[in-house]
Design a binder for this molecule. Structure first.
Ligand code: FDM
Length: 211
């Protein structure tokens, strides 16, 4: 890729077990195979000190108030921003599993206020595209090991899905919705078409910030 052109920031969002991680990997392999300099990342990033606390919390080994864990999830994104920005400006496309939208969706599903939850996300890098894998949570409970982590409960996932739906309507200019119930290959084929377009278009655009 031309060094003067930046990479695209592509985010996958959706409820637990919707297939994000598989699609993220397949897209990474496809773009890399086509010669696009690409890297994968994910939030929470459990490798940092803050990520370590989040990991304990998610595994039900540590109790924190809803507000505190919300701010830690956001801080975990902020601590990665400079390096992601550097990669994008160096021409690397970054594919990210979950982002600010998960942050808001999971906390609002617990009962926190939407605007309060969004506030700490303002100023983070704005994705060029969000690929939303929309699923009926009822279908997801049949997927392997469901229910092991803190949030894998049907009612809760339904609420989370509603917040994602709200984002997909509100931010429809850069949210792309895909039916998660499709086969892996079909989903990948659809995602690939949109992703290649986004990579080309983003190269010419300045990086944006969440507002
Ligand atoms: N999660 C993830 C949040 O509650 N807030 C956030 O900001 C993020 C990024 O953490 F249940 C939740 C969503 C999920 C859990 O995510 C761990 P992964 O994708 O299963 O690692």
């Amino acid at each position: 890729m031309n060094a003067n052109k930046r990479g695209a920031l592509i985010v996958f969002e959706g409820c637990d077990r919707c297939g994000k991680t598989t699609q993220n990997r397949q897209l990474f392999e496809l773009l890399t195979g086509k010669g696009v300099d690409t890297m994968q990342t994910n939030f929470p990033d459990r490798s940092t000190a803050i990520g370590n606390v989040i990991n304990h919390y998610l595994q039900n080994n540590q109790e924190l108030s809803d507000e505190v864990i919300h701010l830690l999830f956001s801080a975990n994104r902020w601590e990665r921003m400079n390096s992601i920005k550097k990669d994008l400006l160096a021409g690397t496309t970054v594919i990210c599993d979950r982002y600010a939208y998960s942050g808001v969706a999971y906390s609002v599903a617990k009962g926190l206020d939407f605007n309060w939850c969004w506030a700490p996300e303002i100023g983070l890098l704005k994705p060029d595209a969000v690929f939303y894998l929309k699923a009926t949570p009822d279908e997801l409970t049949t997927r392997g090991n469901y229910g092991e982590e803190r949030y894998e409960k049907l009612d809760f996932q339904r609420k989370v899905g509603q917040i994602f739906d709200r984002f997909s309507e509100k931010d429809s200019s850069y949210w792309h919705t895909f039916e998660a119930s499709k086969s892996q290959q079909e989903l990948h084929a659809q995602i690939a078409i949109v992703a290649e377009k986004i990579v080309m278009q983003s190269a010419e655009k300045p990086l944006g910030k969440l507002a």
